[in-house]
Design a protein around this ligand. Structure first.
Ligand code: HEM
Ligand SMILES: CC(C)=CCC/C(C)=C/CC/C(C)=C/COP(=O)(O)OP(=O)(O)O
Length: 312
């Protein structure tokens, strides 16, 4: 009997932990960390201190988890009404909003402490700014009020690049702003592609996402426009700034061409949900691979290989 009740209690604790984990929307965090790590890599010219990387990524994880948790508290009413989100821990009654609030504040405080103590104060302040921007500016002021929500909200994701840069250099240089810009311009095609498949769900709860307000054709046009701007912005990281080299440039070109082709398919057929979902999925791989190519580009072995190819 005692064994059974201990096992049951153990199971309960595990399921509580699982609910809190789910509250942080963990699937989005790795991509934010990839951006932060790439930014740190470039800022340190490929010689990033492993401990600094570890503390920065830990602090950034806690900051993102806090931001997502606070967003889930604020949006619990619409999350309850939307098919995609009604199983989240707060709308499904697994976690009380007040407990989530305490959890979100503890995460933010832990993030601030770790970044300020083991990285630097500036990166800690930027991470807090990221939380405030996402929760107050995007979730409170924009999301329910304007179809520009996603365009301006893209700055929240861009903050992860600034945190990474500030962690290494203690400042924000123009290169950090280029990476910020890439994230900023990537967000509309990333999200609107998905929004094309969720139009009715958003319309039902009165969220003015672009497809619900302006229709699929206009959304397809805007996706294409932002994709072109995104690809151009990735080229800015090459000459004359000399930040990245030929390897990055080739990768940016090929990855961008695929993005453009998929955005074109959406433009041609904005009512096709498979095409739109295809673009959404690709947008995630695109960002991972683009960041990876920045890292590979700055490895000494890449330069040696490129020089050998040139000499041949
Ligand atoms: C205003 C900005 C953004 C909005 C509105 C948005 C919205 C969304 C939505 C609604 C999903 C689907 C999640 C689900 O299935 O429940 C999603 C997925 C995802 N987003 Fe975003 N996103 C934004 C910015 C970002 C940023 C900045 C990143 C990271 C750099 C990111 C990374 C991801 C990833 C990795 C997924 C896939 C998660 C999965 O496996 O389901 N998103 N996004
Ligand atoms: C440095 C730092 C802490 C930056 C914060 C970055 C951050 C948490 C970005 C999240 C972007 C995102 C997934 C928005 C979706 O919100 P939504 O409310 O539209 O999506 P939902 O409907 O799935 O809740």
């Amino acid at each position: 009997m005692v064994r059974i009740s201990i096992a049951r209690e153990h199971g309960n604790i595990l399921s509580v932990i699982a609910h809190y984990y789910e509250l942080t929307q963990p699937r989005i965090i790795p991509l934010l960390l990839v951006v932060t790590a790439a930014s740190m890599w470039i800022a340190s010219s490929g010689k990033v201190d492993p401990m600094l990387l570890l503390w920065t990524l830990t602090g950034s994880t806690l900051a993102s988890a806090s931001a997502q948790t606070l967003n889930c508290i604020y949006d619990r009413d619409i999350d309850y009404s939307m098919e995609r989100t009604r199983h989240r821990p707060i709308p499904s009654g697994k976690i009380e909003p007040i407990h989530a609030l305490i959890f979100g504040i503890v995460l933010a405080a832990a993030s601030f402490y770790l970044l300020a103590a083991f990285v630097n104060l500036f990166s800690a302040l930027l991470a807090m700014l990221g939380i405030v921007f996402y929760v107050v500016v995007y979730t409170h002021f924009l999301k329910r009020h304007t179809p520009l929500n996603i365009v301006i909200g893209g700055a929240a994701g861009g903050m992860s690049a600034l945190v990474g840069w500030a962690a290494v250099t203690g400042t924000i240089s123009s290169t950090a702003w280029w990476i910020f810009l890439i994230l900023f311009l990537w967000t509309p095609p990333h999200f609107w592609a998905l929004a094309l498949t969720l139009r009715d769900d958003y319309a039902k709860v009165g969220i003015p996402m672009l497809p619900a307000v302006s229709g699929n054709i206009e959304t397809g046009r805007q996706i294409f426009t932002y994709t072109v701007l995104l690809i151009l912005s990735t080229f800015l990281m090459y000459d004359p700034l000399q930040i990245t080299g030929a390897f990055y440039m080739c990768a940016a070109f090929i990855l961008g061409a695929i993005f453009l082709q998929k955005a074109w398919a959406v433009l041609e057929n904005p009512n096709n949900q498979t095409t739109a979902h295809n673009l959404f999925t690709y947008s995630i791989y695109y960002m991972i691979l683009l960041c990876l190519s920045m890292v590979v580009d700055s490895l000494p072995i890449t330069n040696q290989l490129l020089q050998r190819i040139q000499q041949m």
